[in-house]
Write a protein that binds this ligand. Sequence first.
Ligand code: 5AD
Ligand code: SF4
Length: 470
Amino acid sequence: MRKNYRSAFFSQEPFVQEIRAWNESYEKETGRKRRFFCFTMGCQMNAHDSEKIVGMLTEMGYEPTTSEEEADFVIYNTCCIRENAEQKVYGKLGWLSHLKRRNPYLIIALCGCMVQQDSVLEKLKKSYAYVDLVFGTHNLYRLPALLETYLNTGEPVWDIWQESKEIVEDMPSTRGRAFQASVNIMYGCNNFCTYCIVPYVRGRERSRSMADILEEVRRLAEDGVKEILFLGQNVNSYGKTLTPPVPFATLLREAAKIDGIERIRFMTSHPKDLSDELIAAMAETKKVCHYLHLPIQSGSSRILKAMNRRYTKQQYLDLVDRLRAAIPDIFLSTDIIVGFPGETEEDFEETLDVVRRVGYATAFTFLYSKRTGTPAAVMENQVDEETAHQRFDRLLAELNPRIHDLHESLVGQVLDVLVEEESRQGQGMVSGRTEQNTLVHFAAGPESIGQIVPVRLTQNKTFYFIGERI
Ligand code: 5AD
Ligand code: SF4
């Protein structure tokens, strides 16, 4: 691990050492390492936080296991964007209480977005008091200190901060794949879309300095990473709060100069902040993938206003036109919420209209979920469940044939595929993604994993392709 005195993580070093020594003596006595199980819910940001959690646990001498039953330390990195994510955590915690009864040495930790909410903490205190460690999104880096306190006192340690004091650089992190890496470029969100809990649990926007980001990308490239994914709740407003401000387009252009990096992706883009400068950078910078996740949420300008999205249907469609004019082969994906309060049949028809006009390659569709504390939760005219479900099904019926049609244009083409893993389609198959993020399964050996290889796309299966390696 690189040490850096600017880094708040440096403060964790003594705790890391102490716990590592404790784990090493256990290994000497028992012949096995202590094991952790980390379960991650939610978005890419959370997945990346888990890479840091795994990195810290590994530094502290734990090894991973794939089941809670075998673990000495169980951690759930939670999400609260929709209610069902929270219900799942409560269910899993209930089950863990049985394991804890069997093994009182089991340590149970809970972190992530869900525990940033006071109502959740109250519920946990009342009904799930056997959770040993609870920490939020702002103090993840203090896991070693919190664990050390718990080990020395045997008392539960619950530490939730309302805001981040600083951006913590140089945390250890364990990537799932050697050749791909996520890189945080900013944290938090200032947009306050009226349905969304994220600004309340992830705090205000904070950008990392471009120098720190590029340094991380350089190190990743030296370590064999070919594809990076820049992460932020709203990457298009990256750098606005830095002195001097740095446009996101500049960051992309600078990152593309780093040898070894072959593909650059980013998410999520808010349509209101997507500048022509960024479109130009995407068009001109070869390494930046021709794929963009551009959440529309609703096609109705009236609902978009109630959502506080700050663009209209027409402005979104104009933006899509500008993107396609500059980058003709760009593939777009989106997020759509069905059943936002007050959504009428006419409003929903507007959403279908956008789907017909844009031709998305992928769409993440959600039933509106009421989040306590957000403005939309107290809006009148909440849409009844049955109507929302019906609209949801109609939306999919509109989306899927169009996704199929868009992909027809790729049949017969030879495209570069970054091979990601062995395919579940069958023995001797691998799967990977094109620059436009299209999933392709084709016959090749595991030695091709991590390589970028030319593949002819032969069969369009709507959400993926079967291909042949050239
Ligand atoms: N209900 C349903 N979907 C939501 N999203 C965010 N908040 C809610 C909610 N309360 C969706 C949005 C966002 C994606 C990450 O999750 O579409 O873009
Ligand atoms: Fe939530 Fe809107 Fe921020 Fe996205 S931009 S995280 S939807 S508030």
